[in-house]
Ligand binder design. Structure first.
Ligand code: GAR
Length: 192
């Protein structure tokens, strides 16, 4: 059994989608979402997990900058992979040392475009619209010490129409994420 800890900061729809994929629908892969780690007491994911059979751990932001407590928790729970699903902090190097090539992120743009510090969630889609891009998409990648710079595992594109706005792009991006994120995580874990 391979165990994933999902890190989430916000609404958590991707975290729930990963949970439903691995823990409910596709149990034959022997991959489970073991727990959710959150840094935001106002995150929508906290309410959402109350309906699911899963543990959620909420830590203050300061704990993520000296993460021994979290890393010990991950070790105790025998976590094999960390998946960042809308987690909006830079990952501390201690996580990367402990989980070499075992941390996967999803970014709501076609990296290297619209990546880096401060580029997350709706800010990405606002910039894409402001720059009159004709396409955007998602990037699923391994995490290293720099924001949005690790090896790319999967990209998927969508067209931006003249009628689109940041929230319609966000909705289309989420639809792509729900399709590709679980299966890309699955394929990477099964081959690594
Ligand atoms: C997702 O679109 C994800 O790609 C993005 O935040 C959203 C979270 O939605 N992540 C980033 O911007 C990371 N730089 P969710 O909370 O509903 O899963």
């Amino acid at each position: 059994m391979k165990r994933i800890a999902v890190f989430a900061s916000g609404n958590g729809s991707n975290a729930v989608n990963l949970f439903e994929y691995f823990n409910v629908k596709q149990t034959q892969y022997n991959i489970i979402v073991d727990c959710i780690i959150c840094n935001n007491p106002d995150a929508g994911i906290i309410e959402k997990t109350k309906q699911l059979n899963i543990d959620l751990f909420l830590f203050e932001n300061s704990v993520f900058t000296q993460p021994d407590i979290i890393i010990n928790l991950l070790m105790q729970r025998e976590i094999d992979y960390i998946v960042l699903a809308g987690f909006l902090r830079l990952i501390h190097p201690d996580f990367i040392k402990t989980y070499q090539k075992k941390i996967i992120n999803i970014h709501p743009a076609l990296l290297p475009k619209y990546g880096g510090k401060g580029m997350y969630g709706s800010k990405v889609h606002e910039s894409v619209i402001a720059n009159k891009e004709t396409e955007s998409g998602i990037t699923i990648h391994l995490v290293n010490e720099e924001y949005d710079k690790g090896e790319v595992l999967k990209q998927a594109k969508l067209d931006i129409l003249s009628t689109d706005n940041p929230s319609s792009v966000a909705a289309k991006i989420h639809d792509l994420e729900y399709i590709y994120f679980p299966e890309t995580v699955r394929d990477y874990i099964l081959k690594s």
